[in-house]
Design a protein around this ligand. Structure first.
Ligand SMILES: NC(=O)c1ccc[n+]([C@@H]2O[C@H](COP(=O)([O-])OP(=O)(O)OC[C@H]3O[C@@H](n4cnc5c(N)ncnc54)[C@H](O)[C@@H]3O)[C@@H](O)[C@H]2O)c1
Length: 387
Protein backbone atom coordinates (compact mmCIF):
# COMPACT_ATOMS: atom_id res chain seq x y z
CA UNK A 1 0.00 0.00 0.00
CA UNK A 2 1.24 3.49 -0.78
CA UNK A 3 2.09 5.59 2.23
CA UNK A 4 0.16 8.73 1.40
CA UNK A 5 1.43 10.43 4.51
CA UNK A 6 5.05 10.10 3.50
CA UNK A 7 4.48 12.54 0.64
CA UNK A 8 5.65 16.07 1.12
CA UNK A 9 3.93 18.96 -0.61
CA UNK A 10 6.88 19.42 -2.99
CA UNK A 11 7.67 15.91 -4.06
CA UNK A 12 4.12 14.80 -4.77
CA UNK A 13 3.02 15.06 -8.35
CA UNK A 14 -0.47 14.08 -9.46
CA UNK A 15 -1.07 10.78 -7.80
CA UNK A 16 -4.13 8.66 -7.46
CA UNK A 17 -4.29 6.39 -4.47
CA UNK A 18 -7.08 3.90 -4.42
CA UNK A 19 -7.88 2.97 -0.87
CA UNK A 20 -9.56 -0.33 -0.30
CA UNK A 21 -10.98 -2.39 2.48
CA UNK A 22 -7.47 -3.26 3.61
CA UNK A 23 -6.91 0.28 4.69
CA UNK A 24 -6.93 0.91 8.40
CA UNK A 25 -8.57 4.26 8.08
CA UNK A 26 -9.09 4.91 11.74
CA UNK A 27 -5.35 5.06 12.20
CA UNK A 28 -4.99 7.78 9.60
CA UNK A 29 -7.99 10.00 10.11
CA UNK A 30 -10.41 10.61 12.89
CA UNK A 31 -13.81 10.74 11.30
CA UNK A 32 -16.60 11.96 13.52
CA UNK A 33 -20.26 11.87 12.48
CA UNK A 34 -21.40 9.84 10.58
CA UNK A 35 -20.24 6.66 12.30
CA UNK A 36 -17.06 4.80 11.62
CA UNK A 37 -18.48 1.82 9.78
CA UNK A 38 -18.09 1.27 6.05
CA UNK A 39 -15.61 -0.14 3.61
CA UNK A 40 -13.36 2.92 3.36
CA UNK A 41 -12.78 5.44 0.61
CA UNK A 42 -12.86 4.39 -3.03
CA UNK A 43 -10.26 6.84 -4.25
CA UNK A 44 -8.05 9.64 -2.98
CA UNK A 45 -6.31 11.83 -5.53
CA UNK A 46 -3.44 14.22 -4.82
CA UNK A 47 -3.25 17.09 -7.32
CA UNK A 48 -0.27 19.38 -7.64
CA UNK A 49 0.64 22.20 -10.03
CA UNK A 50 3.70 23.99 -8.74
CA UNK A 51 3.55 27.08 -10.98
CA UNK A 52 0.03 28.07 -9.92
CA UNK A 53 0.63 26.91 -6.34
CA UNK A 54 -2.19 24.36 -6.48
CA UNK A 55 -2.02 21.55 -4.00
CA UNK A 56 -5.32 19.78 -3.62
CA UNK A 57 -6.68 16.46 -2.42
CA UNK A 58 -9.87 15.03 -3.88
CA UNK A 59 -11.47 12.19 -1.92
CA UNK A 60 -14.21 9.97 -3.30
CA UNK A 61 -15.80 8.03 -0.48
CA UNK A 62 -18.51 6.22 -2.41
CA UNK A 63 -20.05 6.14 -5.88
CA UNK A 64 -22.60 3.49 -4.91
CA UNK A 65 -25.49 5.85 -5.73
CA UNK A 66 -23.85 7.80 -8.57
CA UNK A 67 -21.01 10.24 -9.14
CA UNK A 68 -19.59 11.68 -5.94
CA UNK A 69 -20.67 15.26 -5.17
CA UNK A 70 -19.17 17.54 -2.56
CA UNK A 71 -17.65 20.99 -2.26
CA UNK A 72 -14.09 22.27 -2.42
CA UNK A 73 -12.70 23.65 0.83
CA UNK A 74 -9.88 26.20 0.37
CA UNK A 75 -8.18 26.41 3.72
CA UNK A 76 -4.70 27.07 5.19
CA UNK A 77 -4.28 23.66 6.82
CA UNK A 78 -1.38 23.35 9.24
CA UNK A 79 -0.20 20.18 7.57
CA UNK A 80 -0.95 17.84 4.71
CA UNK A 81 -2.05 15.27 7.27
CA UNK A 82 -4.65 17.68 8.68
CA UNK A 83 -5.93 18.36 5.17
CA UNK A 84 -6.12 14.66 4.39
CA UNK A 85 -7.95 13.87 7.63
CA UNK A 86 -10.45 16.63 6.86
CA UNK A 87 -11.12 15.58 3.28
CA UNK A 88 -11.55 11.91 4.27
CA UNK A 89 -14.01 12.89 6.97
CA UNK A 90 -15.93 15.39 4.85
CA UNK A 91 -16.22 13.11 1.82
CA UNK A 92 -17.66 10.35 3.96
CA UNK A 93 -20.21 12.76 5.44
CA UNK A 94 -21.22 13.78 1.91
CA UNK A 95 -21.99 10.17 0.98
CA UNK A 96 -24.36 9.89 3.94
CA UNK A 97 -25.85 13.33 3.32
CA UNK A 98 -26.48 12.71 -0.38
CA UNK A 99 -27.95 9.29 0.35
CA UNK A 100 -30.50 10.66 2.82
CA UNK A 101 -31.25 13.65 0.60
CA UNK A 102 -32.57 11.08 -1.88
CA UNK A 103 -30.02 12.07 -4.52
CA UNK A 104 -28.57 9.70 -7.08
CA UNK A 105 -25.14 10.88 -6.04
CA UNK A 106 -22.29 9.45 -4.06
CA UNK A 107 -20.06 11.30 -1.63
CA UNK A 108 -16.84 13.16 -2.28
CA UNK A 109 -15.05 16.30 -1.24
CA UNK A 110 -11.91 18.23 -2.10
CA UNK A 111 -9.53 20.44 -0.18
CA UNK A 112 -7.13 23.00 -1.59
CA UNK A 113 -4.32 23.72 0.85
CA UNK A 114 -3.65 27.45 1.08
CA UNK A 115 -4.96 30.79 2.17
CA UNK A 116 -7.76 31.72 -0.24
CA UNK A 117 -7.30 35.44 0.37
CA UNK A 118 -3.66 35.19 -0.74
CA UNK A 119 -3.30 32.11 -2.92
CA UNK A 120 -6.48 32.02 -5.00
CA UNK A 121 -5.89 32.87 -8.67
CA UNK A 122 -7.41 32.12 -12.05
CA UNK A 123 -4.52 29.79 -12.89
CA UNK A 124 -4.84 27.87 -9.63
CA UNK A 125 -8.60 27.42 -9.98
CA UNK A 126 -8.28 26.36 -13.61
CA UNK A 127 -5.48 23.92 -12.76
CA UNK A 128 -7.79 22.49 -10.12
CA UNK A 129 -10.59 22.30 -12.72
CA UNK A 130 -8.38 20.19 -14.97
CA UNK A 131 -7.81 17.67 -12.19
CA UNK A 132 -11.56 17.52 -11.52
CA UNK A 133 -12.09 16.95 -15.24
CA UNK A 134 -9.46 14.22 -15.28
CA UNK A 135 -11.67 12.11 -13.02
CA UNK A 136 -14.11 11.81 -15.90
CA UNK A 137 -17.24 12.59 -13.88
CA UNK A 138 -16.57 10.34 -10.89
CA UNK A 139 -16.47 13.56 -8.83
CA UNK A 140 -18.58 16.73 -9.12
CA UNK A 141 -17.36 19.71 -7.20
CA UNK A 142 -19.15 22.70 -5.60
CA UNK A 143 -18.48 25.56 -3.13
CA UNK A 144 -17.42 25.13 0.45
CA UNK A 145 -15.51 27.18 3.03
CA UNK A 146 -13.19 29.53 1.11
CA UNK A 147 -14.76 29.00 -2.32
CA UNK A 148 -17.65 30.88 -3.92
CA UNK A 149 -19.95 30.56 -6.93
CA UNK A 150 -17.69 32.93 -8.89
CA UNK A 151 -14.78 30.53 -8.26
CA UNK A 152 -16.87 27.64 -9.54
CA UNK A 153 -17.48 29.60 -12.76
CA UNK A 154 -13.70 29.68 -13.23
CA UNK A 155 -13.25 25.98 -12.37
CA UNK A 156 -16.05 25.24 -14.87
CA UNK A 157 -13.96 26.71 -17.68
CA UNK A 158 -11.84 23.57 -17.40
CA UNK A 159 -14.37 21.00 -16.27
CA UNK A 160 -17.94 19.93 -16.95
CA UNK A 161 -18.24 18.44 -13.48
CA UNK A 162 -18.90 21.62 -11.52
CA UNK A 163 -22.02 22.76 -9.61
CA UNK A 164 -22.71 25.78 -7.42
CA UNK A 165 -21.94 28.19 -10.27
CA UNK A 166 -23.52 31.65 -10.44
CA UNK A 167 -27.06 32.13 -11.72
CA UNK A 168 -25.55 34.05 -14.66
CA UNK A 169 -23.75 30.86 -15.70
CA UNK A 170 -26.75 28.61 -15.30
CA UNK A 171 -25.83 27.66 -11.77
CA UNK A 172 -27.80 27.28 -8.55
CA UNK A 173 -26.20 30.32 -6.90
CA UNK A 174 -26.10 30.78 -3.14
CA UNK A 175 -26.80 27.41 -1.53
CA UNK A 176 -27.61 28.98 1.84
CA UNK A 177 -31.15 29.63 0.52
CA UNK A 178 -32.19 25.98 0.57
CA UNK A 179 -29.81 25.06 3.40
CA UNK A 180 -31.71 27.39 5.73
CA UNK A 181 -35.06 26.23 4.31
CA UNK A 182 -34.07 22.60 4.90
CA UNK A 183 -32.92 23.26 8.46
CA UNK A 184 -36.24 24.95 9.10
CA UNK A 185 -38.06 21.85 7.78
CA UNK A 186 -35.96 19.62 10.03
CA UNK A 187 -36.70 21.90 12.98
CA UNK A 188 -40.45 21.70 12.27
CA UNK A 189 -40.22 17.90 12.30
CA UNK A 190 -38.29 18.05 15.58
CA UNK A 191 -40.87 20.43 17.07
CA UNK A 192 -43.64 18.01 16.13
CA UNK A 193 -41.77 15.14 17.78
CA UNK A 194 -40.78 17.06 20.93
CA UNK A 195 -43.67 19.48 21.43
CA UNK A 196 -46.52 17.81 19.53
CA UNK A 197 -46.91 20.41 16.78
CA UNK A 198 -44.77 21.26 13.73
CA UNK A 199 -44.58 24.96 14.39
CA UNK A 200 -42.05 27.13 16.14
CA UNK A 201 -44.72 29.67 17.05
CA UNK A 202 -44.22 30.78 20.64
CA UNK A 203 -40.95 28.82 20.95
CA UNK A 204 -37.69 30.49 21.85
CA UNK A 205 -34.94 29.53 19.42
CA UNK A 206 -31.24 30.28 19.98
CA UNK A 207 -29.25 30.65 16.76
CA UNK A 208 -25.48 30.43 17.17
CA UNK A 209 -23.85 32.05 14.15
CA UNK A 210 -25.79 34.39 11.89
CA UNK A 211 -23.76 34.10 8.71
CA UNK A 212 -25.22 33.18 5.35
CA UNK A 213 -27.41 30.33 6.62
CA UNK A 214 -28.10 31.46 10.21
CA UNK A 215 -29.35 34.85 9.06
CA UNK A 216 -31.87 33.31 6.67
CA UNK A 217 -32.95 30.83 9.33
CA UNK A 218 -33.71 33.74 11.67
CA UNK A 219 -36.07 35.16 9.02
CA UNK A 220 -37.91 31.86 8.61
CA UNK A 221 -38.27 31.47 12.37
CA UNK A 222 -39.64 34.96 12.86
CA UNK A 223 -42.10 34.45 10.02
CA UNK A 224 -43.30 31.31 11.82
CA UNK A 225 -43.86 33.27 15.03
CA UNK A 226 -40.82 32.15 17.05
CA UNK A 227 -38.86 34.34 19.45
CA UNK A 228 -35.23 34.41 18.38
CA UNK A 229 -32.04 34.96 20.33
CA UNK A 230 -28.69 35.05 18.54
CA UNK A 231 -24.95 35.26 19.08
CA UNK A 232 -22.03 35.64 16.70
CA UNK A 233 -18.35 36.42 17.13
CA UNK A 234 -18.61 38.81 14.21
CA UNK A 235 -20.16 42.15 15.21
CA UNK A 236 -21.03 42.99 11.60
CA UNK A 237 -23.06 39.81 11.24
CA UNK A 238 -24.95 40.65 14.44
CA UNK A 239 -25.58 44.22 13.30
CA UNK A 240 -26.94 43.05 9.98
CA UNK A 241 -29.61 40.98 11.75
CA UNK A 242 -30.29 43.64 14.36
CA UNK A 243 -30.93 46.27 11.69
CA UNK A 244 -33.42 44.21 9.69
CA UNK A 245 -34.94 42.30 12.61
CA UNK A 246 -35.05 44.58 15.70
CA UNK A 247 -37.11 42.09 17.73
CA UNK A 248 -34.20 39.63 17.83
CA UNK A 249 -32.41 39.39 21.16
CA UNK A 250 -28.62 39.32 21.14
CA UNK A 251 -26.48 37.58 23.76
CA UNK A 252 -22.73 37.87 24.24
CA UNK A 253 -21.57 34.41 23.25
CA UNK A 254 -22.33 30.71 22.91
CA UNK A 255 -22.04 30.12 26.66
CA UNK A 256 -24.77 32.70 27.30
CA UNK A 257 -26.91 31.28 24.50
CA UNK A 258 -26.90 27.68 25.63
CA UNK A 259 -27.45 28.64 29.26
CA UNK A 260 -30.42 30.84 28.39
CA UNK A 261 -34.02 29.75 28.52
CA UNK A 262 -34.38 28.44 24.96
CA UNK A 263 -36.54 25.63 23.58
CA UNK A 264 -34.40 25.01 20.52
CA UNK A 265 -30.65 25.42 19.99
CA UNK A 266 -29.55 25.93 16.38
CA UNK A 267 -25.76 25.62 15.94
CA UNK A 268 -25.07 27.51 12.70
CA UNK A 269 -21.39 28.37 13.14
CA UNK A 270 -18.66 25.74 13.34
CA UNK A 271 -18.49 22.00 14.04
CA UNK A 272 -18.13 20.43 17.50
CA UNK A 273 -20.80 22.61 19.14
CA UNK A 274 -22.11 19.61 21.08
CA UNK A 275 -19.54 18.16 23.44
CA UNK A 276 -19.15 16.92 27.01
CA UNK A 277 -18.84 20.47 28.28
CA UNK A 278 -21.78 22.06 26.45
CA UNK A 279 -24.42 19.31 26.56
CA UNK A 280 -24.79 19.26 30.38
CA UNK A 281 -25.43 23.03 30.31
CA UNK A 282 -27.95 23.01 27.50
CA UNK A 283 -31.48 24.02 28.46
CA UNK A 284 -33.05 23.46 25.06
CA UNK A 285 -35.10 20.32 24.38
CA UNK A 286 -34.25 20.30 20.70
CA UNK A 287 -31.00 20.80 18.80
CA UNK A 288 -31.30 21.51 15.09
CA UNK A 289 -28.91 23.66 13.08
CA UNK A 290 -26.92 23.84 9.88
CA UNK A 291 -23.33 23.43 11.14
CA UNK A 292 -21.54 20.31 9.92
CA UNK A 293 -20.21 17.74 12.40
CA UNK A 294 -21.99 19.15 15.45
CA UNK A 295 -21.28 16.11 17.64
CA UNK A 296 -17.70 16.38 18.89
CA UNK A 297 -17.67 12.58 19.00
CA UNK A 298 -20.31 9.86 18.52
CA UNK A 299 -20.67 9.39 22.32
CA UNK A 300 -22.24 12.84 22.59
CA UNK A 301 -25.31 11.47 20.78
CA UNK A 302 -25.96 9.20 23.78
CA UNK A 303 -25.37 12.04 26.20
CA UNK A 304 -28.10 14.05 24.48
CA UNK A 305 -30.52 11.12 24.71
CA UNK A 306 -29.75 10.72 28.43
CA UNK A 307 -30.57 14.39 28.98
CA UNK A 308 -33.83 14.05 27.01
CA UNK A 309 -32.63 16.40 24.27
CA UNK A 310 -33.80 15.63 20.74
CA UNK A 311 -30.97 16.01 18.24
CA UNK A 312 -31.83 16.42 14.55
CA UNK A 313 -28.78 14.96 12.77
CA UNK A 314 -26.80 17.76 11.11
CA UNK A 315 -26.15 16.16 7.75
CA UNK A 316 -29.84 15.35 7.36
CA UNK A 317 -31.22 18.80 8.09
CA UNK A 318 -28.46 20.76 6.31
CA UNK A 319 -28.78 18.89 3.02
CA UNK A 320 -30.87 21.63 1.37
CA UNK A 321 -27.71 23.24 0.00
CA UNK A 322 -26.47 20.11 -1.71
CA UNK A 323 -29.99 19.50 -3.01
CA UNK A 324 -29.90 23.01 -4.50
CA UNK A 325 -26.54 22.59 -6.25
CA UNK A 326 -27.22 19.00 -7.31
CA UNK A 327 -30.24 20.26 -9.20
CA UNK A 328 -27.83 22.08 -11.50
CA UNK A 329 -26.80 18.74 -13.00
CA UNK A 330 -30.34 18.41 -14.43
CA UNK A 331 -30.49 22.11 -15.41
CA UNK A 332 -31.28 24.28 -12.43
CA UNK A 333 -34.90 24.72 -11.40
CA UNK A 334 -35.41 26.38 -8.01
CA UNK A 335 -38.99 25.15 -7.53
CA UNK A 336 -38.01 21.53 -8.16
CA UNK A 337 -35.08 21.89 -5.78
CA UNK A 338 -37.25 23.52 -3.12
CA UNK A 339 -39.79 20.69 -3.38
CA UNK A 340 -36.98 18.19 -2.84
CA UNK A 341 -35.63 20.14 0.14
CA UNK A 342 -39.13 20.20 1.67
CA UNK A 343 -38.84 16.42 2.02
CA UNK A 344 -36.26 16.99 4.77
CA UNK A 345 -39.28 17.26 7.07
CA UNK A 346 -40.35 13.68 6.32
CA UNK A 347 -36.81 12.29 6.40
CA UNK A 348 -36.14 13.86 9.79
CA UNK A 349 -39.44 12.55 11.17
CA UNK A 350 -38.61 9.07 9.83
CA UNK A 351 -35.23 9.14 11.57
CA UNK A 352 -36.81 10.07 14.92
CA UNK A 353 -39.30 7.19 14.51
CA UNK A 354 -36.54 4.73 13.59
CA UNK A 355 -34.42 5.91 16.53
CA UNK A 356 -37.35 5.31 18.91
CA UNK A 357 -38.07 1.86 17.42
CA UNK A 358 -34.43 0.74 17.54
CA UNK A 359 -33.64 2.42 20.87
CA UNK A 360 -30.66 4.30 19.41
CA UNK A 361 -29.76 8.00 19.15
CA UNK A 362 -31.11 9.78 16.02
CA UNK A 363 -27.56 10.14 14.65
CA UNK A 364 -27.18 6.35 14.67
CA UNK A 365 -30.61 5.90 13.08
CA UNK A 366 -29.64 8.36 10.32
CA UNK A 367 -26.41 6.48 9.62
CA UNK A 368 -28.33 3.21 9.40
CA UNK A 369 -30.88 4.65 6.99
CA UNK A 370 -28.17 6.14 4.76
CA UNK A 371 -26.20 2.88 4.76
CA UNK A 372 -29.34 0.96 3.90
CA UNK A 373 -30.04 3.16 0.86
CA UNK A 374 -26.42 2.99 -0.32
CA UNK A 375 -26.52 -0.77 -0.01
CA UNK A 376 -30.02 -1.46 -1.41
CA UNK A 377 -29.86 0.96 -4.33
CA UNK A 378 -26.11 0.63 -4.93
CA UNK A 379 -26.52 -3.15 -5.24
CA UNK A 380 -28.72 -2.68 -8.32
CA UNK A 381 -25.64 -1.81 -10.38
CA UNK A 382 -25.02 -5.53 -10.31
CA UNK A 383 -28.02 -6.15 -12.58
CA UNK A 384 -26.58 -6.62 -16.05
CA UNK A 385 -28.26 -4.31 -18.57
CA UNK A 386 -27.31 -6.28 -21.67
CA UNK A 387 -25.50 -3.41 -23.39
N1 LIG B 1 -23.81 27.51 3.29
C1 LIG B 1 -24.36 26.32 3.11
O1 LIG B 1 -25.11 26.11 2.15
C2 LIG B 1 -24.10 25.21 4.09
C3 LIG B 1 -24.57 23.93 3.79
C4 LIG B 1 -24.38 22.90 4.71
C5 LIG B 1 -23.70 23.15 5.90
N2 LIG B 1 -23.23 24.41 6.15
C6 LIG B 1 -22.52 24.64 7.41
O2 LIG B 1 -23.24 25.58 8.18
C7 LIG B 1 -22.34 26.40 8.93
C8 LIG B 1 -22.58 27.87 8.59
O3 LIG B 1 -22.43 28.05 7.20
P1 LIG B 1 -22.52 29.51 6.55
O4 LIG B 1 -22.48 29.29 5.09
O5 LIG B 1 -23.65 30.26 7.16
O6 LIG B 1 -21.15 30.12 7.04
P2 LIG B 1 -20.79 31.63 7.34
O7 LIG B 1 -19.31 31.69 7.42
O8 LIG B 1 -21.49 32.56 6.40
O9 LIG B 1 -21.43 31.89 8.80
C9 LIG B 1 -20.91 31.36 9.97
C10 LIG B 1 -21.11 32.40 11.06
O10 LIG B 1 -20.72 31.83 12.30
C11 LIG B 1 -20.02 32.84 13.04
N3 LIG B 1 -19.21 32.18 14.06
C12 LIG B 1 -18.01 31.58 13.91
N4 LIG B 1 -17.58 31.11 15.11
C13 LIG B 1 -18.54 31.40 16.00
C14 LIG B 1 -18.68 31.19 17.40
N5 LIG B 1 -17.76 30.55 18.10
N6 LIG B 1 -19.80 31.63 18.00
C15 LIG B 1 -20.75 32.29 17.31
N7 LIG B 1 -20.67 32.55 15.98
C16 LIG B 1 -19.57 32.11 15.35
C17 LIG B 1 -19.25 33.58 11.99
O11 LIG B 1 -18.83 34.86 12.46
C18 LIG B 1 -20.26 33.65 10.85
O12 LIG B 1 -21.06 34.82 10.94
C19 LIG B 1 -20.95 25.88 8.61
O13 LIG B 1 -20.61 24.91 9.57
C20 LIG B 1 -21.14 25.22 7.25
O14 LIG B 1 -20.18 24.21 7.03
C21 LIG B 1 -23.43 25.45 5.29
Amino acid sequence: MIDVFGLSHKDSGPLSVTTGADRNESSTASPSSPGRRGPGHEQVVFCSDERSGLYAIIAVYSTALGPALGGTRFYPYESEQAALADVLNLSRSMAYKNALAGLDLGGGKAVIIGDPSRDKSEALLRAYGRFVESLGGRYYTACDVGTYSEDMDVVARESSYVTGRTLAHGGAGDSSILTSFGVFQGMRAAAEHAFGSPTLRGRRVGVEGVGKVGRRLVDLLLEDGAEVVICDVNEEAVDLVRRSRPSVEVVADTAALIASDIDVYAPCALGGALNEATVPLLRARVVCGCANNQLADPGVGKLLVERGILYAPDYVVNSGGVIQVADEIEGFNMERARARAAQIFDTTAKIFALAADDGVPPATAADRLAERRMSEVGRLRGIWLGR
